[in-house]
Ligand binder design. Structure first.
Ligand code: NAD
Ligand code: SER
Length: 313
């Protein structure tokens, strides 16, 4: 990346944004990264570099910030996640789509050069093959969130083909992190469980014990994100969104691993509306195209993640 190019992160106070901003500042220098959100981020994000309050739905305010800082790349993370989106479908559709369009249009107008926008395993649905889910397969999502992510993927590819917009994307699995809390997804159980295990040695899980989902440690997710953005453009063959796999496990397997560290830990299961969302998603993802195209592979397994989470929270 050229030295003077500035990067805007939208949604910098969220689960991914918090860690992405810290890593981008480390790699490229704090003066190069502009963090932004509608809410105040944690102390490190707020005080460790540039921060701007920005509502991604306000395209005029967005343009002002882009011009003020001479922004050339944008990571657009602001969205409602799967569980929250089901509570407010029309607003989820508005935020998830208009937020993306506001950024895509800046690139179409050649005001910015490069975009990262995340998709999700929620683009898949119950008709998708559940095991080793291929890059290109049936995508019939049943959640508001999944519908918005699939539409976003189609628009990203459209803007690339039609307007030569350099937009890059991965389909994140459920993310597990200890520096920031998850923001209303179906996979949030796999973060909450560690807090409850340490505090109360007990957790009531909102998914069934055998509900296997693809999950990923945040370090892997951040590495995939930045590697994709740094890859030469001619390597990026998929302009909708790349599958990335992480590691697959169910709540019962996670409980068993936590018990190796906290033997008195117990869990109970009271599935709610999120079970239906989780059931429609794949259990295990094939990420071979990401490896073939830009050389990326998931690293961290479940015992490593459990160890890190219990050590750090
Ligand atoms: P999050 O909910 O933790 O963070 C989203 C951030 O966006 C929040 O800080 C919120 O304040 C901000 N935001 C909301 N509305 C905004 C607006 N109008 N303008 C500016 N900022 C606004 O979400 P996350 O987990 O960090 O996810 C980031 C992106 O990654 C989302 O697009 C999400 O769909 C995607 N994703 C996340 C996961 C995961 O497991 N965390 C998995 C797949 C995809
Ligand atoms: N972790 C996300 C969610 O559960 C998947 O995109 O919403």
């Amino acid at each position: 990346m050229a030295n003077q190019e500035k990067i805007l992160v939208v949604g910098a106070a969220g689960q991914i944004g918090t860690e992405l901003v810290l890593e981008l500042r480390l790699r490229y220098g704090a003066e190069t990264i502009v963090a932004s959100d509608i809410k105040t981020p944690n102390y490190d994000v707020m005080e460790g570099g540039i921060f701007e309050f920005l509502d991604i739905l306000d395209d005029k305010a967005l343009l002002k910030i882009v011009q003020k800082h001479n922004i050339k790349q944008v990571y657009q993370l602001a969205a409602l996640l799967s569980a929250t989106a089901e509570q407010n479908p029309m607003f989820a559709w508005k935020l998830n789509m208009e937020g993306l369009f506001n950024i895509l249009n800046l690139a179409k107008e050649k005001i910015i050069d490069k975009i990262f926008w995340p998709s999700s395993i929620a683009v898949f649905g119950s008709t998708t093959p559940k095991i080793q889910t291929p890059q290109i397969t049936i995508t019939e999502p049943s959640s508001v969130y999944g519908i918005s992510k699939l539409s976003g993927e189609r628009w990203c590819e459209y803007y690339f083909k039609k307007f030569n917009v350099d937009v890059r994307s991965v389909r994140y699995p459920g993310l597990i992190s200890h520096k920031s809390q998850p923001g209303g997804g179906t996979t949030d159980y796999a973060v909450h469980i560690f807090y409850e295990a340490k505090k109360h040695q007990n957790y009531e899980c909102f998914l069934k014990s055998d509900c296997t989902l693809p999950m990923m440690y945040m370090d892997d997710a951040i590495d995939a994100t930045i590697s994709l953005m740094e890859a030469p453009g001619n390597k990026i063959k998929i302009r909708s969104s790349y599958n990335i796999a992480g590691v697959s496990f169910n709540p019962k397997e996670l409980v068993t691993e936590i018990k190796r560290h906290i033997p008195e830990f117990t869990a109970s299961y009271s599935p709610d509306y999120r079970q239906q969302l989780a059931e429609s998603w794949p259990a295990e993802i094939d990420e071979s195209i990401a490896y073939n195209d830009w050389g990326w592979k998931s690293q961290y397994d479940m015992p490593f993640i459990v160890n890190q989470m219990l050590k750090n929270i």
